[in-house]
Design a protein around this ligand. Structure first.
Ligand code: ZN
Length: 87
């Protein structure tokens, strides 16, 4: 367990579904993004959920996982002032 930003890993994991559903705002969203940016295990965890969610959404609405990943990159870039890495 590591402590990055204002959230512990367990707090990030507890919020990952709300994060993916765009239900996090303000300080909670910022803390989430800061933690994901610095914590490999949590960012992997979120990525898995985003991929699963993306597959479900694609089946329903044609929204692709890449779109969600790109949106997260933009969020992180806004916070850090860096150019998003498009892997
Ligand atoms: Zn973590």
């Amino acid at each position: 367990m590591s402590h990055l930003g204002d959230f512990l890993c367990e707090e990030v994991v507890a919020r990952v579904h709300r994060f993916i559903d765009d239900e996090l705002h303000g300080g909670e969203l910022i803390a989430m993004l800061q933690h994901l940016e610095g914590c490999e295990s949590c960012s992997h965890e979120a990525d898995v959920h985003i991929r699963l969610k993306g597959l479900v959404r694609r089946a329903c609405t044609e929204a692709a996982p890449d779109h969600l990943r790109h949106r997260i990159s933009l969020h992180i870039a806004e916070l850090s002032g860096a150019v998003p890495e498009l892997a």
